[in-house]
Structure formats: structure tokens, C-alpha cells
Write a protein that binds this ligand. Structure first.
Ligand code: NAP
Ligand code: GDD
Length: 341
């Protein structure tokens, strides 16, 4: 029998790559979709024709219980979240509800459907649970590089909500003996990255300027440093974590760090442009509290899971610039994008 996986966040970047990876591993894949007429659902239907969809929302406990009852998954990957950090200051309560409390609701759905109580673990095969934790939890970092043991100091309502979900996942593992793990993932990008995040904003900006559709690109803090990897590599680590013999948390990143300025140089350079002629620094795009530096130490994932990133920063930037040049030259619209590569 094929193993069955249920993914929240199927309409997002990671959901699409993880679904493709699990399908290639012979899984039956189900995606949770929300809303009455969510336009991103049609993109999923087109790109991921073998994925089955079930309705539900991380804000609605009953809907998650129904989804778990219907799908009867072997593995649940909780990727759904409000994931754009600046939005978490504007809608802090909603972020807490979706990104934080949503984890509790998903864990409870699994616990209730599995008949697990404080005095009784699950009788039969356990549903394994993956939580999409984030390097944003490290925030104002206490040490560099960051490991599974580095203390958290989140700098945004998003980071705080992720820290809640992270500790809760650990707590359900310890309280109920559930196979529940968190992947502390550093920034990962791709041609499917949302246009609001800095890598895609830059590669779309480069493509627009190259094609004569724009004359400038407005950005915020150019000095922040991130450990940027390729999403297609990172979703494989999620799967490896749920297939490991023991439930444990892992840091997933490349171990290299670049500044936004270096990202900009690389992206404009990939299109043969001089970034200094086009980039405008806009104070309004700076954040109330910044995370200045993130850099992973992925040693545990390498030694225990055998996970390695395969795409370098330079290859990733070139891949994204090329994809956006192709998309825009072909008349594609990144906001209505039905043509995900
Ligand atoms: P993304 O592209 O922004 O996707 C977010 C997903 O969450 C979308 O599918 C969205 O669905 C769903 N969602 C939002 N509100 C929901 C709700 N109320 N109920 C159910 N689903 C809801 O994010 P991503 O880059 O794929 O990241 C996946 C996960 O990893 C997120 O939890 C993110 O916080 C975390 N993470 C990402 C990175 C990274 O660098 N990409 C790093 C560390 C951690 P709709 O289409 O319905 O809005
Ligand atoms: N988005 C954006 N737009 N960021 C900018 C801009 C801009 O115009 N200018 C500078 N930046 C800087 C931000 O201040 C930040 O320091 C950095 O670029 C990266 O911003 P994002 O790409 O928005 O990502 P993030 O690091 O805040 O969050 C992403 O990674 C986290 C993991 O570390 C998201 O995917 C989160 O969901 C994820 O948890």
C-alpha cells in the first residue's frame, strides 16, 4: 500500500515541491486547501494533477479533524502559515492564530483522531507529524552559526508564533509520545517563491528592467545577511526527518551566508546589468526589528540524515533570474501565475 501524506500549505512554494517529491517516492498525496474560491487552488490543480484536495483551514479545528479522518494519513506536513514577516506586524493576532495556534489545532486533530490521551499512546501505527519551524526563531542570534541548541530570540510576531509551534511540537512528542518533529529551516527560494520575498522581488525586478518594463527597484535593508538555499533541496530534508528511526528536530541550511547587497549584485550581474544604476534604498521598507544575520550549521542533518544541499547560491540566483526573464518575456503574470516552472 502506498504511504499517504497530508500537506497543509499545498498552494505555497514548499507545498508544491514537497508534493512532487512525495509523488516521486510513490506516496498518495493530499493537500489541504482553504477558502471558497481560492485562486491558487487552480494553479495546484494544473501543476499537481495527482494531488488530491481536501478542504480545511488552520483556523478551524473541526475542519482539521474532518480532514485527518477523511485522509487517514501516515504523515502530516504542516507547511501552512502566514509566512511573510512584515505582515506579522500588521496582522499580529491573525499571525498568532494561523502560524502559532494552527500548529496546536493540527496536533490536536492528529491526537484526537488517533485516540491518544495522556495515559494512552496510539494503539496502532502512528501518524507522523512535521512542523515547518523557522530560522526566524533565532532572531537576534546568540551565536553563529546556529545549531539545534542555539537559544531563540525572535524579532517579529511571526518568529514568536513559530517559536510557540516549535515548543508545542516538542511538547506533544514528550507528553504523548507522538512522532512529531520540527525542521528549523533557513531561507529557501526558487522560481516559485512568492513575489513579496526579497529574492523573487529582486529577480522579478531584474527581469522587468532588462525587458524595459521598469526603470528602478526599491528595496529596504541591503546589509541583512541570510543563508539562502534551494527549496527543491530543502523539502527532501522534511521527508527524511519523518522517515528517521527517532523523532528529532533538525537545522536545515547551507552553512553559507550572503547579504541582500550580494544577492542584488549577483542577480543584476546574471542579466548583465549594473545594480547601482537601478536600486533605490527606501527607508519605508525597513522593518521595526531586523534579523541581521542568519547562518546554519547543518552538521546534524548531514551526519544523521545524509542530507546535503545540491544548488549553490550563485546557481539559485541564476536559475531564478532566467525563469523570470522567460516568464515575463512570454507575457506571464507572476501574480496570476498559472505557469509555475
Ligand atoms: P508560502 O509560499 O507563503 O505558503 C504558505 C501556505 O500557507 C500557503 O499554501 C497558504 O495557503 C497557507 N495558509 C495560509 N493561511 C492558512 C490557513 N489559515 N489555513 C491553511 N493554510 C493556510 O510559504 P512557503 O515558503 O512555502 O513556506 C512553507 C512553510 O515553511 C511556512 O510555514 C513557512 O513559515 C515555513 N518556512 C519557510 C521558509 C522559507 O524560506 N520558505 C523558511 C522557514 C520556514 P493559501 O493559498 O490558502 O493562502
Ligand atoms: N521582503 C523584502 N523586501 N525583504 C527585504 C527588502 C524588500 O524590499 N529589502 C531588504 N529586505 C531584507 C529584509 O529586511 C530581510 O532582512 C531579508 O531581506 C529577507 O527578507 P525576506 O525575503 O522577506 O525573508 P525573511 O528572512 O524575512 O523570511 C523568510 O525566511 C524565513 C526563514 O528565515 C520567510 O520565508 C519566512 O517565512 C521564513 O521563516
Amino acid at each position: 500500500m502506498a504511504r499517504r501524506a497530508l500537506l497543509t500549505g499545498i498552494t505555497g512554494q514548499d507545498g508544491s515541491y514537497l508534493a512532487e517529491h512525495l509523488l516521486s517516492e510513490g506516496y498518495e498525496v493530499w493537500g489541504l486547501v482553504r477558502g471558497q474560491a481560492n485562486p491558487r487552488v487552480s494553479r495546484v490543480r494544473k501543476l499537481l494533477q495527482d494531488v488530491q484536495l481536501v478542504r480545511g483551514d488552520l483556523l478551524d479545528q473541526g475542519s482539521l479533524i474532518s480532514a485527518v479522518e477523511k485522509v487517514q494519513p501516515d504523515e502530516v506536513y504542516n507547511l501552512g502559515a502566514i509566512s511573510f514577516v512584515p505582515m506579522s506586524w500588521e496582522q499580529a493576532e491573525l499571525t498568532a492564530e494561523v502560524t502559532g495556534m494552527g500548529v496546536l489545532r493540527m496536533l490536536e486533530a492528529i491526537r484526537v483522531c488517533s485516540g491518544i490521551t495522556a495515559s494512552r499512546g496510539s494503539a496502532s501505527g502512528q501518524i507522523r507529524f512535521y512542523q515547518a519551524s523557522s530560522s526566524e526563531m533565532f532572531g537576534q542570534v546568540r551565536e553563529t552559526p546556529q545549531t539545534e541548541r542555539t537559544p531563540f530570540h525572535p524579532r517579529s510576531p511571526y518568529g514568536v508564533a513559530k517559536a510557540y509551534g516549535h515548543f508545542l511540537t516538542q511538547n506533544y512528542r514528550e507528553s504523548y509520545g507522538m512522532y512529531a518533529v520540527s525542521g528549523i529551516l533557513f531561507n529557501h527560494e526558487s522560481p516559485r517563491r512568492g513575489a513579496e520575498f526579497v529574492t523573487r522581488k529582486v529577480t522579478l525586478g531584474v527581469a522587468r528592467i532588462k525587458l524595459g518594463m521598469a526603470t528602478e527597484l526599491r528595496l529596504g535593508n541591503l546589509e541583512a545577511r541570510r543563508d539562502w538555499g534551494y527549496a527543491g533541496d530543502f523539502v527532501k530534508a522534511m521527508h527524511l526527518m519523518l522517515r528517521a528511526a527517532e523523532p528529532e528536530d533538525y537545522v536545515i541550511g547551507t552553512g553559507r551566508t550572503q547579504s541582500v547587497r550580494e544577492l542584488v549584485e549577483a542577480a543584476f550581474g546574471a542579466a548583465g546589468l549594473d545594480w547601482e544604476r537601478y536600486v533605490v534604498c527606501d527607508q519605508a521598507l525597513h522593518r521595526p526589528a531586523e534579523v541581521d544575520l542568519l547562518c546554519a550549521d547543518p552538521k546534524k542533518a548531514r551526519t544523521q540524515l545524509g542530507w546535503e544541499p545540491t544548488v549553490s547560491f550563485e546557481e539559485l540566483v541564476a536559475m531564478m533570474v532566467e525563469a523570470d526573464l522567460r516568464l515575463l518575456a512570454g507575457g506571464g503574470d507572476p501574480d496570476q501565475d498559472s505557469s509555475w516552472p
